[in-house]
Design a protein around this ligand. Structure first.
Ligand SMILES: [Ca+2]
Ligand SMILES: [Ca+2]
Length: 676
């Protein structure tokens, strides 16, 4: 179990000027009734940080659990914020030295607080059918904010962010045998806090995002997103996905192999996209990337066919071209990234090929692809992986296979996979129930917040196989964990929920001179137990990345119910949540979700590991709890933003020295297409 720092009870400072501005704008927007929430939260500043709950609220029919630190027994009360009346009374359940308050049986909609005699009262949280619509839309706004090669403009929670189209020279073909020649690799989402674009990480991201569409389409389809395409021929959700798919297709080479990535030879500094003019290159191909393109494009072809048959044909043809290439090139071929300082996302292709075969079969019905999947999947070390990320997407193939309505599957393989999946899902349930914070992933490592969210994909399949509600309950617990029921008492998503991250490792946010970071991003979280730092430099704990974001969207999408009012209207989607923990939340017409003004947080529970831990942690908490912290933090942010602008410090790329790929001439095709 992760160590927990001593609880921090701090005197909250008066809201700073920008919070007051939010309050005034709420009033001018006719949102005066919501001021009650803030007033309540001001009272709840006393709100005890020993109460750890899901700050974006709970969905009526799902599990609702919170953690009470430092006590193991007694009663708890859930009160309506409107009149302080009791909505639910329950008994705490001991868990380690702490306790769990389980009020899952409370299905009334409204705004509530959790109260534990002798401990304190939480800030307010909603219970509502649409409680996760706003957070879902904001998480999708994160993908929009990552768009490369186009101007991006975001308005959310009273703040605006903008970046000018950058990386329009993507990318050079030097490592594909055509030095100095550019082919079109523009577009797509930036991968993370850097500006690279990587196929392998895009694969698992798109796999889960497309799966969310297959699983939850009815509720996702009517919800509008804050994107330029809204109102167009595609549902907004698919329009956002298409932006990335279009880029992925550009990464396919003539022979069906796929370039592993587009990056410069090393990371740029903290500058805006348009300032990053270092040469960027298509990297050589890799077989994992090729399989991930085949899988993604095949899955997408099914999704897009009813909306745009011609696009679906393009996707399907691309998928088959890559799949055929893989068949003719069975060896695990890692992309040769020797010319790059950074060689990210290298991975065995075994699991990627499993996934590709499943999606090709499901899309085409090709019996040989089915045989390919079945022979490969039974050879895996784990038929279903409990802990999986970009390096191992085979679960995505298993999910597709188990969901399939196609005939021809091997009964014994189906049985084996179902048993393995339920065993893994049962493990998630018991791990979650054993954890003080409901966390079903015992391991803590770089990016494990993303894996916590990703467990929901396995749990969803288990629920479909058994109709047992416990699996969705554990998924709900993972969402609660990421939005405040954790050892920090803080949301792990920028701009959403209680006391969210303010300093993610993100080049756009770190170089734009705007105080809050781009909204909607899940940070990686602790890389070792208790070591999360809300600091830009802490890339190992506070970066953002599309694969974690895709998992977050999947998890939230499972509990999204389309607004009952005008379809997907921003107002309907913008359900406010509580104002808590040194920050205030407010609905907004554009972002559709609760936004959080910047503020100090009391819940930073830990510092770097080792001996300085407790002292460093306490110091930080105390510092943030003082009124002076507001001023110090603002000045520090200003100074840091100035310091981060350091163009010209990037390395000079080395000349290409790779021979052209044998057996293909992608460079020439690309060059010809561009007229160069
Ligand atoms: Ca792999
Ligand atoms: Ca910023």
């Amino acid at each position: 179990m992760a160590p927990r720092a001593a609880s921090h009870r701090v005197a909250w400072p008066k809201p700073p000027a920008h919070v007051m501005l939010v309050l005034m704008s709420m009033r001018s927007l006719g949102l005066a009734p919501l001021l009650g929430l803030f007033a309540l939260s001001s009272a709840a500043r006393a709100a005890d940080t020993d109460l750890r709950f899901c700050s974006i609220g709970y969905v009526p029919q799902q599990a609702k659990r919170a953690t009470v630190l430092g006590t193991a027994t007694g009663t708890f009360v859930v009160r309506r914020t409107a009149d302080s009346s009791e909505a639910f009374i329950g008994e705490l359940e001991a868990r380690g030295g702490d306790a769990t308050a389980d009020f899952s049986a409370l299905t009334e909609e409204g705004s509530f607080v959790l109260e534990v005699p002798g401990v304190g009262q939480s800030a307010a949280f909603p219970i509502g059918v649409e409680a996760y619509v706003g957070p879902y839309r904001t998480a999708m706004l994160g993908f929009y904010g990552w768009r490369s090669g186009v101007d991006v403009s975001i308005s959310y929670g009273g703040h605006s962010w903008f970046h000018t189209a950058g990386h329009l020279q993507d990318a050079y073909l030097d490592f594909l045998g055509e030095p100095g020649v550019i082919a079109d690799g523009t577009g797509g989402w930036y991968d993370a806090g850097d500006y690279g674009k990587y196929i392998v990480n895009s694969g698992i991201t798109m796999g889960l995002l497309l799966q969310a569409w297959e699983d939850f389409r009815t509720d996702l389809e009517p919800i509008t997103l804050q994107i330029p395409e809204t109102g167009g021929s595609l549902p907004d959700y698919l329009a956002e996905l298409r932006f990335q798919l279009d880029w992925m297709l550009k990464m396919q080479l003539d022979d069906g192999s796929v370039s592993h990535k587009i990056t410069p030879v090393d990371f740029p500094g903290f500058i805006q996209p348009v300032e990053d003019t270092e040469r960027r290159y298509f990297s050589p191909w890799g077989s994992a990337a090729t399989a991930d393109l085949a899988a993604t494009a095949a899955k997408a072809a099914r999704t897009f066919r009813e909306f745009d048959a011609s696009y679906a044909d393009t996707l399907q043809a691309a998928a088959l071209r890559s799949y055929e290439f893989l068949g003719a090139n069975p060896a695990d071929h890692r992309a040769d990234l020797g010319d790059f300082e950074q060689a990210q996302y290298q991975t065995s292709d075994r699991d990627d090929r499993v996934w590709a075969a499943a999606e090709i079969w499901e899309t085409t019905g090709d019996a040989s692809a089915l045989a390919d999947f079945e022979s490969r999947v039974v050879a895996l070390e784990d038929l279903v992986s409990a802990d999986w990320d970009w390096g191992n997407p085979s679960n995505l193939g298993v999910f597709t296979y188990l969901r399939s309505a196609r005939s021809g599957r091997s009964e014994s393989v189906v049985e084996s996979l179902e048993a393995a999946l339920l065993s893994v899902a049962d493990g998630h349930v018991s791990s979650g129930n054993a954890s003080s914070y409901g966390r079903a992933l015992p391991a803590v490592y770089w990016g494990s917040n993303g894996t916590v969210a990703r467990l929901c994909a396995t749990l969803e399949v288990a629920h479909r196989l058994t109709d047992d509600a416990k699996y969705l309950g554990t998924c709900a617990d993972q969402i609660a964990h990421l939005f405040g029921r954790n050892e920090y008492g803080r949301s792990q998503v920028t701009g959403v929920g209680i006391n969210p991250p303010l300093h993610p490792h993100d080049r756009r946010s770190g170089s734009d001179g705007i105080d809050p970071p781009y909204p909607g991003y899940l940070v990686g979280g602790a890389s070792k137990p208790g070591n999360w730092l809300d600091e830009q430099e802490s890339y190992e704990t506070n970066e953002i990345a599309i694969n974690w974001q895709g998992a977050l969207v999947y998890a939230l999408a499972g509990f999204v119910t389309a607004p009952r009012g005008p379809a997907g209207g921003a107002g309907a989607a913008g359900a406010p949540t509580s104002a808590t923990g040194g920050s205030t939340t407010t609905p907004n017409a554009s972002g559709g979700g609760p936004a959080t003004a910047t503020g100090g947080g009391a819940g930073v529970a830990s510092s770097r590991d080792e001996a300085a831990d407790d002292r460093g942690c306490a110091c930080r908490a105390a510092r943030r709890g003082s009124a002076a912290w507001w001023v110090v933090a603002a000045l520090a942010a200003f100074g840091a933003a100035a310091r981060r602008r350091r163009p010209g410090q990037r390395p000079v790329p080395r000349p290409a020295r790779r021979a052209p790929m044998v057996g293909s001439s992608p460079a020439r095709r690309r060059a010809a297409a561009l007229g160069t």
